[in-house]
Ligand binder design. Structure first.
Ligand SMILES: Cc1ncc(COP(=O)(O)O)c(C=O)c1O
Length: 439
């Protein structure tokens, strides 16, 4: 029976967690701070819970250099929950802004001072003609988010600004040149997924066309960073919302983090009332998906899994201790590991085919096929079998695309990545024999 030390797990999420973090968590689960009670049993209203949340928020802000005009929320519902939450909240913020604009046009100081029928009718017209949510669809997860927006609002409110499949024979694997993006004017949000976990596609940097225009006006940018957060420096100030499930680079499944610019929250931007949204024919957000509600309650509107926040906090502490230069230090290691794996694959073009285009290769999810001997399915089965025998597990590609996927998250040590490199090389050197022998 293998021990933890024998296994390097390349699963895409839930992902490997650092052993010292788990050892500490195991103790905390039984008896937290000598209270005779475990951390999963203490009340989420206790001072212990508040301290864990506040420390994790502070450490995340330190590690990523999150500016003061951003709030950090711990939510539930996973990345998929955020596909819906972003729609509700950003549509709400758009309506709130339009309302202020229309009240100004009407010469009214406040909603009370306006003829409410006139206000609603003008707002409804604005919704019908101008409300648009832009989606850059570059892989399976942004596609799901786009589809969810269409399901909640109606497809007439969504704009497929980018569909990567149109430039890559119907498959994901490239990102069209920015000059071809069809962005709307004043979209309620421009949504994209920074790293597509299934397809191995990562934006190489923040897209230039989402930055401020010549008048300094920038679009409202929302990004799913579920599978590459904490692995590279991000210009937080260019985003309105960044969200990520914890279960890849941050911690255990069960909490989802939202980093949100405060200008989307009260007092700057109070969400429209349910009554107004109903009059406009727009969906009313479930209260647990309301950023305003979660922010007002410091993430404790309802029972949050404090144990999962504790794990996330421990991972952040370990990152801050290991990398005095914070995310830049981790970024250097992540890049080094990814380069080593890609170089090993590139060295054997007759054996391996890297799936995405070189310009958008993910540093986190390295997707490739084993084409040796012309029998891809047979060669991949042999590759997985041989890797498992070496303690290299979790390498099977996502069920929707097949192939091999090495998820190179932060918890994979350099030595683990190099062990995979070694196996890639050894397998390539004997691959034709293996595949022929299997026939
Ligand atoms: C990039 C990305 N976004 C969203 C999700 C969905 O997350 P969840 O399963 O927590 O809903 C995943 C899941 O793997 C993902 O990789």
């Amino acid at each position: 029976m293998p021990s933890r030390a024998d296994i390097t797990y390349f699963g895409a999420g839930p992902a490997l967690l650092p052993t010292p973090v788990l050892a500490h968590a195991a103790e905390a689960l039984l008896n937290y701070k000598d209270t005779g009670l475990g951390i999963a049993e203490h009340s989420h209203r206790s001072q212990y819970a508040a301290d864990i949340i506040n420390q994790a928020k502070a450490d995340l802000a330190t590690y990523l250099d999150i500016p003061d005009d951003y709030e950090v929320l711990f939510m539930q519902g996973g990345g998929s929950g955020e596909f819906s939450a972003t729609v509700y909240n950003l549509v709400g913020a758009w309506v709130a802004r339009k309302k202020v604009e229309i009240l100004k046009q009407m010469g009214a100081q406040s909603e009370e001072g306006a003829d409410s029928e006139e206000l609603v009718s003008r707002l409804k017209k604005a919704v019908d003609t101008d409300l648009k949510l832009d989606y850059l669809v570059t892989g399976g997860w942004s596609l799901k988010a786009y589809q969810e927006a269409g399901r909640l609002l109606g497809p007439e409110y969504t704009n497929l600004a980018v569909d990567s499949r149109t430039v890559n024979d119907g498959k994901f694997g490239k990102i069209p040149d920015e000059s071809a993006w069809k962005l709307s004017k004043e979209a309620a949000m421009v949504y994209y997924c920074d790293n597509e976990t299934v397809d191995g596609v990562e934006f190489p940097e923040f897209p230039k066309s989402l930055g401020p225009d010549s008048n300094g006006v920038a679009p409202i940018v929302v990004a799913d960073m579920s599978s590459n957060i904490l692995s590279r420096r991000i210009p937080v100030e260019t985003f309105s919302v960044i969200f990520f499930g914890a279960q890849k680079n941050l911690g255990s499944t069960g909490v989802t983090v939202v980093i949100i610019k405060k200008n989307l929250l009260p007092p700057a931007c109070p969400q429209p009332s349910p009554a107004l949204l109903r009059k406009l024919g727009l969906p009313v957000p479930p209260v647990i998906f309301s950023y305003e509600t979660i922010a007002k309650n410091n993430s404790l509107y309802n029972t949050l899994s404090i144990f999962d926040v504790f794990i996330a906090g421990q991972v952040l502490k370990q990152l801050l201790t290991t990398f005095p230069d914070k995310v830049d230090g981790q970024q250097a290691v992540a890049n080094q590991k990814a380069e080593a794996i890609y170089s090993a694959l590139e060295a054997y073009p007759n054996i391996y085919k890297i799936v995405p285009d070189k310009s958008v290769r993910s540093r986190m999810n390295i997707c490739f096929r084993v084409t040796a001997g012309g029998d891809t399915a047979g060669a991949e089965a042999k590759f997985l079998q041989g890797a498992t025998a070496q303690g290299l597990t979790g390498l099977k590609g996502h069920r929707s695309v097949g192939g091999i996927r090495a998820s190179n998250y932060n918890s994979i040590p350099l030595a683990g990545a190099l062990k995979l490199v070694d196996f890639i090389e050894k397998f390539a050197q004997m691959a034709p024999d293996i595949v022929l022998a299997a026939k």
